[in-house]
Structures are given as C-alpha cells and as structure tokens.
Design a binder for this molecule. Structure first.
Ligand code: HEM
Ligand code: HEM
Length: 182
C-alpha cells in the first residue's frame, strides 16, 4: 500500500475539496476584517467565512481517518533525503496547524465571544467553551496570528508544488491530480 506511486482517488478528492474551501475561506476571512465597512456591513462575509471554514472540521476528521488507513505514497525518488523530510514536516504542519489548530482557534474565538457558527449554513456548532469576554482579545489574536502563519505556509506549499511541476518537471503534482499516477 505504501509503495503506491500516487494518492487514492478519495485522498485526492478530500485534498482538493478541503484545499479549495480552505483558500476561499482564508480570502473571505481576510476581506471580512480588512474591508469591513465596504464589503461586510451586515457581517454576511463573517457568516460565510464561519459557515465554510467550520465544514473543514468534519472534512479533516474524514481526511485523517482515510490517511491513517491508507498511507501516503512514498516521496518522489528524485527528491533528496533532506527534501523528502522537509516535505513530510510541511505536510504534517499543514494537517496540524492549517487544518486542525486554525479551525479550532476560530471555533474557540466564536465560543468565548458567544457568537453562533452555522456549519455550511445548515446547523449550529455547539460552543467549544463557555462564553468569556475576558478571553476575547487573546482568542482573536490567536486566530489572527495562526491564520497569517498558515497563509504563508500554504503559499509555500503551493509554490513547492508548482516548482516540482514546472522547474523540476517531476510527477509530484501529477500524482495529486485527477487521473494522475496511482
Ligand atoms: C470554525 C472555524 C472558524 C471560525 C468560527 C472562524 C471565525 C472567524 C472570525 C469570527 C473572524 C473575524 C471576522 C470578522 O471580524 O468579520 C475570522 C477571521 C479570519 N479567519 Fe477565521 N474562523 C474559522 C476558521 C478559519 C480557517 C480554517 C481559516 C483559514 C482558511 C481562517 C482564516 C481567517 C483569516 C485569515 C481571518 C482574518 C484575520 C485578520 O487578518 O484579521 N479562519 N475568523
Ligand atoms: C493550489 C493549491 C494546492 C496545490 C497545487 C497542492 C498540491 C499538493 C500536492 C502536489 C501534494 C502531494 C505532495 C506529494 O506527493 O508529496 C499535496 C499534499 C498535501 N496538501 Fe496540498 N495543494 C494545494 C492546497 C492545499 C491546501 C490549501 C492545504 C491545506 C490547508 C493542503 C494540504 C496538503 C496536505 C496536508 C498534503 C499531504 C497529504 C498527505 O500526504 O496525506 N494543500 N498538495
């Protein structure tokens, strides 16, 4: 299983669905805060940001369950040992910080602020902790700083994937694309 040359269709599907939701949610969160008066006067973008981003919590549980039962393919042999290790660390940072810690920090922030989160706009996510006005600034700062750190992490991840494809001309991006080697 671990000898496979590419990801399973389910792993690819989950990667692209959660990846697209992640990128769009990041942009909406950023616009909601920084163009509040112009673009977010009724807080609709904030609602949309939370509705989209909270679906990641469920998708990530599915994704991790699939990942644990279906190991990732071996790193491309064209990569040096240290690059393979760097890519592995990068992937686990994406799982741990971008896909788990960041949504949980948003969930925590909305919980201390006593604000609702409608998952996909459909049902209410129960609060993670009790409302606590005193923790509001800390929760906000955590979500904002972790959000920016992850923005940089994801830009680095996308740049690495594009470098593999267009400069190294290896199969790293192809094996994550629909129909790519498996
Ligand atoms: C349950 C999940 C989440 C909740 C409840 C949540 C909640 C929030 C809230 C309430 C804001 C402030 C919006 C406003 O003031 O109008 C915000 C901002 C933001 N969120 Fe989230 N968020 C969640 C997940 C995420 C995820 C997964 C990402 C990354 C894709 C993200 C990235 C951001 C960014 C970049 C900002 C703007 C930060 C800034 O520049 O000040 N959030 N989030
Ligand atoms: C245009 C956007 C993206 C591109 C082109 C892209 C590309 C790739 C590629 C080619 C791989 C496989 C690397 C390998 O085989 O060694 C990969 C894996 C991965 N990507 Fe992305 N990605 C994108 C967006 C994202 C986003 C937004 C996230 C999460 C926030 C993400 C999280 C991950 C994770 C966690 C893995 C490791 C999968 C595993 O081994 O289980 N990706 N990505």
């Amino acid at each position: 299983m671990s000898q496979a040359r590419g990801y399973t269709s389910a792993a690819k599907g989950l990667h692209w669905i959660s990846g697209i939701i992640w990128i769009v949610a990041w942009i909406i969160g950023f616009v909601a805060v920084h163009w509040r008066d112009e673009m977010n006067p009724t807080h609709f973008l904030t609602f949309l940001h939370k509705a989209m981003a909270s679906t990641l919590i469920l998708l990530v549980i599915l994704r991790l369950a699939w990942r644990v039962t279906h190991p990732a393919p071996r790193m491309a042999e064209t990569m040096s040992r240290s690059m393979q290790q760097a890519a592995l660390v990068g992937h686990w940072l994406l799982y741990g910080i971008a896909l788990i810690a960041l949504p949980v920090s948003g969930w925590y922030w909305s919980s201390v602020a006593d604000k609702p989160i409608m998952v996909a706009g459909l049902f209410l996510l129960p609060p993670l902790v009790d409302a606590d006005e005193g923790m509001y600034p800390t929760a906000k700062a955590i979500h904002t700083y972790v959000g920016w750190f992850c923005g940089v992490l994801v830009v680095g991840h996308i740049a690495a994937a594009l470098k593999h494809h267009f400069i190294d001309r290896d199969a790293v991006l192809k094996r994550m694309l629909p129909g790519g080697s498996h």
